[in-house]
Write a protein that binds this ligand. Sequence first.
Ligand SMILES: [Cu+2]
Length: 141
Amino acid sequence: MNKPPLFLAAAVFAGAAAHAQVTVDKPWIRTTVAQQTTTAAYLTITSAKGGKLVSASSPVAASVDVHEMKMDGDLMKMRAVDTLALPAGQPVELKPNGLHIMLTGLKAPVKAGDVVPIRLVVEDAKGKRETVDVKATARQN
Ligand SMILES: [Cu+2]
């Protein structure tokens, strides 16, 4: 009966060593104008071993979701994505007119140069979750 706990400890250690499997490049967030309570953030995310982005949050917004843009007839519409697949080693680019991180219920305007923290939760193929803290700098475009 002594072996299972030891095995578990080894698994936890391996999980800890797997951190930093996810890297984020070029995070930024779009500035808002007066009365605007939504905005979008963009970044490039890469999971070395593959996984999926399962949730996002930020202290500046009531809710944060991943959205995609899709043509609906002549209209470009956005839609929430439950999870965003991150193929192993392949950068996934979130950019204007494509995938984006949607922040709704902003508590204050986002001004140029603001640094907005966004927390991403990525799950690997084994269901192990990793938290990635991102700092997105605000700019207009
Ligand atoms: Cu959106």
